[in-house]
Design a protein around this ligand. Structure first.
Ligand SMILES: [Zn+2]
Ligand SMILES: [Zn+2]
Length: 352
């Protein structure tokens, strides 16, 4: 049945510039040829396409709420999403071998850096900040960026001053461990939700704000953080942090670690969404965690994950991350705590 549907779609697929019919996409992915059609998935035409899929979970996490209009559409989604993942896992660009060369985590281009991490050449970064999403189109399906609705492989709709790297897993210095110290009799190690924001520096993504909320939804710790290295991009669209926020901030990541090690111990339950990313930014090793991306799994299972925004809207009826000036870590931490409280309430109801 898939073949029949595919053949019908193939005959409807337009020439260059039209949406990709699924069988053509599959052929391109497996044979490496595109027949000169537009929006190509073939290796020779991919360009920055593959790197645009660098976070496949995030790219497709909202997908489960997309309306599926009929069996044909469902069949296409069943094939299209695994295809996107397959392309990602098999075609992801390898990190450059040259020590002075970096791979931009936004556009996928390589760039050269000097000893202190500054770019050697002044080169703009053209990228898409949105996710990729399969979208029904005349004659087939088109994979589009959610930021601008442009088809996959299109030149970036955003322009930044320079390329940037993630770099968090390259610098493993400065990690601290929550302590296993004895608590006074009757004391509770605590339950907290946390969320971090990061900006790009010459060494990659670094912590720039952290918020901690307790189980009564009180904001118990919230601070901007001055990164150790020079900031090259405030990542304001996602971090909500600007130069003005850090103008009078001298708090370092070590100050934050000291504060959190006082607040937490090894038995403290830490709640977050994709918490590994926050712990990596904090350089904090802690193993008693409750991750809302695991607690509320995607119906397709891993590697798919639902976004925090999606979960908050669905279970709490609360819209978050809707501000034009970027995310707020206090809002996100609070949403994580509320989701866990909601889940506990549901569990309590079923036990009665
Ligand atoms: Zn875009
Ligand atoms: Zn770039």
């Amino acid at each position: 049945m898939v073949e029949q549907v595919s053949r019908r779609r193939q005959t409807k697929a337009g020439a260059s510039g039209g949406p990709i019919a699924l069988p053509i996409a599959l052929q391109m992915a497996t044979n490496g040829s595109c027949g000169g059609r537009g929006h190509c998935l073939a290796p020779m035409h991919r360009g920055s396409l593959m790197f645009s899929l660098h976070t496949p979970q995030r790219q497709v996490e909202e997908h489960e709420n997309q309306q599926i209009r009929g069996p044909t559409e469902f069949l296409h989604l069943q094939v299209l999403i695994p295809l996107m993942n397959m392309l990602y896992y098999t075609q992801k660009k390898k990190p450059p071998q040259d020590a002075s060369c970096r791979l931009c985590c936004r556009c996928g281009n390589q760039y050269l850096v000097a000893r202190r991490g500054h770019c050697v050449h002044q080169e703009e970064c053209h990228y898409h900040w949105g996710r990729l999403r399969p979208t029904p189109a005349a004659g087939g399906w088109q994979i589009q960026y959610t930021c601008c609705s442009a088809p996959i492989g299109s030149p970036g709709c955003q322009v930044a001053r320079q390329h940037v790297q993630d770099g968090r897993q390259q610098d493993l210095r400065g990690f601290v461990h929550t302590s296993d110290k004895e608590l006074p009799p009757g004391a509770h190690p605590g339950i907290y939700a946390l969320d971090c924001e990061m900006c790009y520096t010459t060494s990659g993504l670094e912590l720039t704000r952290v918020s901690v909320v307790d189980s009564a939804l009180r904001l118990v710790y919230d601070t901007f953080v001055r990164p150790d290295r020079d900031i090259v991009d405030y990542n304001t669209r996602f971090s909500g942090v600007t130069a003005a926020h850090l103008a009078h901030t001298s708090t370092s990541i070590r100050d934050v670690q000291a504060a959190l090690l006082t607040l937490f111990n090894a038995h403290t339950i830490l709640i977050g969404h994709g918490l590994q990313s926050d712990l990596l930014a904090l350089k904090l090793i802690h193993s008693t965690v409750l991750d809302t991306s695991v607690l509320f799994p995607h119906r397709r299972g891993l590697p798919y994950k639902r976004s925090l925004r999606n979960l908050a809207a669905h279970y709490l009826g609360h819209i978050i991350q809707d501000r034009m000036d970027g995310h707020s870590s206090s809002e996100d931490a609070s949403a994580c705590m509320r989701l866990v409280l909601w889940k506990m309430g549901q569990h309590a109801d079923t036990q009665r």
